[in-house]
Structure formats: structure tokens, C-alpha cells
Design a binder for this molecule. Structure first.
Ligand SMILES: *Cc1c(COP(=O)(O)O)cnc(C)c1O
Length: 402
């Protein structure tokens, strides 16, 4: 594999820290590298591959659509696009959809919508309150929304109009709200931030505050949407409805697609306000529709919830056997993290690679589990077994190196 790693180093910009695994093909929850070694993939393309790799239903939808029509531009109507937006509206609390190509792009659209809403309805208010340790993407607007100075430092000055407050603190949102505020933008559970669930009652209190103030609640469900937390949409877990929701990742099951959705009451964008050349193209829409329909028809949201419970329970058992190493098992549904007392996630992931389990080192002290929704019970059990053995291997190596 070394020759491939050298090629990357020579030709790819040095923006990513990759694991030394060259993945050649995938099937379901499994992938194989160029040496033929098999891994259980609990990264799922960063919570994207909700049906696993090369799911037959996706392969079929993509092949069929590719042979029929790929891209027309939004100068015209196409059937896959209409089918998809109708599905999204009928299966969510939102009323209108705009289709784009990624998560960051969905958030850019939501930010523009909120600004226009503020101009029209709140005397030109354009400020958006977001959370510290949030992640909303890498484009310049989404980067300004993101509450992580490490990602921002090299790209100052940022787009103005964002205020960051601690996640989970309703009083901080109240204190940050003023006449210039048009929206609050939050992830229901912070994903890149380390899988951080909100405290009980927080999102309900935010919803109530936004209603009282006449400002929009934007939920970034790019990671939590499409069954990840055990319900189709994350907001269902918290018994609230957002005014605006952004989605991507699992929505396409692996093809690049995103969307922002809104309620009729804030459907303010008009011709010329926003657009996208590829957004809503026939190919990705057909794939996304096939994925979403399959998730729904096959009951994969409920299945994923049950597999999440199983995985969390088994990880709790590992914790009980490694009390001095593992501090916490946290998360909801199939978005879980194991937190350690020491910053061992780098070493651990190296051991996991060798042990045939792909995990995401989301923090120096935490690894993230986000397998496909259609993972099987035996796969959960094998993965936890590999995890525990890799953990012991990593601890031994760390001890030896001391
Ligand atoms: C991944 C992610 C994004 C960015 O999505 P891209 O497709 O990488 O642009 C934004 N918000 C959240 C919550 C995410 O998890």
C-alpha cells in the first residue's frame, strides 16, 4: 500500500490526516484494502453510507438513472428531483426543500434564508447564534458559523454576523439574543464536537425562546438526520420542530447531495436569491430517493435504533472491564463515542486498523462509532470484540513505549 500513500503525498494537498489504509472495495459493513485485508467499517464514510457500501438498491438506482438522464440544470423540471422533494416534505415537519451537493452548502443556504427572513421580518436583523464546539462545514460562511477557533484561525477575517455560545446553556442564548438576531443554529447532537447530546429540556427551551422572540430555529441535521439517532430526524428525539433543517451525509447514502428545508412561514427565497448548477441533479436525486425509500420501507430507522442499543450496551460492558481506561460511553442511536481518561485515540485507531475495525478518532480522548443503519447483530458483536482486543493491544504498546 505504501506506493499509494506516496502518490497521495506527492499529488494531494496536505489537508487531511488519513489512516494508512487504501480502501479498494466495499460490500455492506465491510471494506477491503488493496492487500485484500478485510475491515468492519464503523466510520461509514463519516455517517454517510447508511446502507453500507454498494447497497444493491443504490447500485440499481444509480445505474438506471445514469442510463436515463444525469444532469439538466434547474432551468428545467426533472422527475427524480420532484420525487425526492415530495418524499422529504411528506416525511418531515418541513414544507419546502432546496437541493444542493453537500452539508456545508446546505448550511450556506440556510444562513442566506435566515438573513433574508431577518431583513424582511425583523428590521434587517442578520445575526445568527451558534454553539461553541459546533461543526457546520468548511466553506467560509459555514466556517464562520462553526464554533471552533482551530478551524478558523488561518482564514480570518471571517464572515461577520455569528455569535457563539456554550452548547446546552439556554440562558447564554437568551443573553446573546438582541434586536439584530435572526436565528439560532444548532446540531441536535454535536457530532464532530465529540458526540455531545444536549441536556434534558434544552432544545425545547430553545424552541420556546425562538418562538417568543420571532427568530428562526435552524437545526443542522447533516449528521443526525436519516435515522442516525434512532428516529428519522434528530428533532423527533427532543419533541420539537425546527423552522429550518439542513441535511446531507446519509441522505445520499454515499452520493454527494444535501438540502435545506423550511416551513412555509419562512419560505422567503425568491428567483435570483439562490441557485446551484448541480443541486438536485437527476442522478443524485434518484440515488437519494432510493436510499430514503429503502430506509423507510425496510424499517431501518427502528433497526438502527435497536442495533444502537445493542452496541451501546456492549460498549458499556467493555467499559466495565476497563474502568481505569474508559471514562464514558455516550451518544444516541448509532452515533456513539467512547471517551478515555487519556489521549489514546490515535494509538487505539492504529490498533483497530490492524485488528480489522475502522473507527474515527473524533477527539484525542474519544473515538466515534457510526456504522450503517442496516448493520447486523453479529457485525455489532464482532466489532465490539475487535474493539476490545485492539484497546488491549494499544494499551500494551503505550505501556511498552513508556
Ligand atoms: C459533516 C457535517 C457538515 C459538513 O458537511 P460537508 O458535506 O462535509 O460539507 C456540516 N454540519 C454537520 C453537523 C456535519 O456533521
Amino acid at each position: 500500500m505504501n506506493q499509494y500513500i506516496e502518490t497521495e503525498k506527492q499529488f494531494y494537498m496536505g489537508t487531511v490526516r488519513r489512516q494508512p489504509v487504501v480502501i479498494e472495495r466495499g460490500q455492506g459493513t465491510r471494506v477491503w484494502d488493496t492487500d485484500g485485508k478485510e475491515y468492519l467499517d464503523f466510520t461509514a464514510g463519516w455517517a454517510v453510507d447508511c446502507l453500507g457500501h454498494s447497497a444493491p438498491v443504490m447500485v440499481e438506482a444509480i445505474s438506471k438513472q445514469a442510463a436515463t438522464l444525469i444532469q439538466t440544470s434547474n432551468q428545467f423540471y426533472t422527475l427524480p428531483q420532484l420525487q425526492l422533494v415530495e418524499w422529504l416534505v411528506k416525511n418531515s415537519c418541513l414544507d419546502k426543500v432546496f437541493l444542493c451537493n453537500s452539508g456545508a452548502e446546505a448550511n450556506e443556504g440556510a444562513i442566506k434564508l435566515a438573513r433574508k427572513y431577518g431583513r424582511d421580518n425583523r428590521n434587517g436583523a442578520v445575526e445568527i447564534i451558534t454553539a461553541i464546539d459546533s461543526f457546520h462545514g468548511r466553506t467560509t460562511g459555514a466556517l464562520a458559523a462553526t464554533g471552533n477557533a482551530n478551524y478558523q484561525a488561518n482564514f480570518l477575517p471571517l464572515m461577520t454576523g455569528f455569535v457563539h455560545v456554550p452548547f446546552g446553556d439556554i440562558d447564554a442564548i437568551k443573553a446573546a439574543t438582541n434586536e439584530g438576531t435572526c436565528a439560532v443554529m444548532l446540531e441536535p447532537v454535536q457530532g464532530e464536537g465529540g458526540v455531545i447530546s444536549p441536556p434534558d429540556g434544552y432544545l425545547k427551551a430553545v424552541r420556546q425562546w425562538c418562538d417568543e422572540q420571532g427568530i428562526l430555529l435552524i437545526l443542522d441535521e447533516i449528521q443526525t438526520g436519516v435515522g442516525r439517532l434512532g428516529t428519522m430526524w434528530g428533532y423527533e428525539q427532543f419533541d420539537i420542530e425546527p423552522d429550518v433543517m439542513t441535511i446531507a451525509k446519509a441522505m445520499g447514502g454515499g452520493v454527494p447531495i444535501g438540502a435545506f428545508l423550511c416551513k412555509d412561514a419562512c419560505d422567503v427565497l425568491r428567483p435570483g436569491d439562490h441557485g446551484s448548477t448541480y443541486g438536485g441533479n437527476a442522478l443524485t436525486c434518484a440515488a437519494s430517493y432510493a436510499v430514503l425509500n429503502h430506509v423507510k420501507e425496510e424499517g431501518l430507522v427502528e433497526h438502527g435504533r435497536l442495533m444502537g442499543e445493542r452496541l451501546k450496551g456492549k460498549l458499556e460492558e467493555v467499559k466495565a472491564r476497563h474502568e481505569t481506561t474508559i471514562k464514558e460511553v455516550r451518544g444516541m442511536g448509532l452515533l456513539l463515542a467512547v471517551e478515555f481518561y487519556e489521549p489514546i485515540s490515535g494509538e487505539l485507531v492504529t490498533s483497530c486498523n490492524a485488528g480489522g475495525l475502522l473507527l474515527n478518532p473524533v477527539r484525542p480522548t474519544a473515538v466515534r462509532f457510526m456504522p450503517p443503519l442496516n448493520i447486523s447483530e453479529p457485525e455489532v458483536d464482532i466489532a465490539v470484540d475487535r474493539f476490545e482486543r485492539s484497546l488491549e493491544d494499544a494499551l500494551q504498546r503505550i505501556e511498552k513505549a513508556k
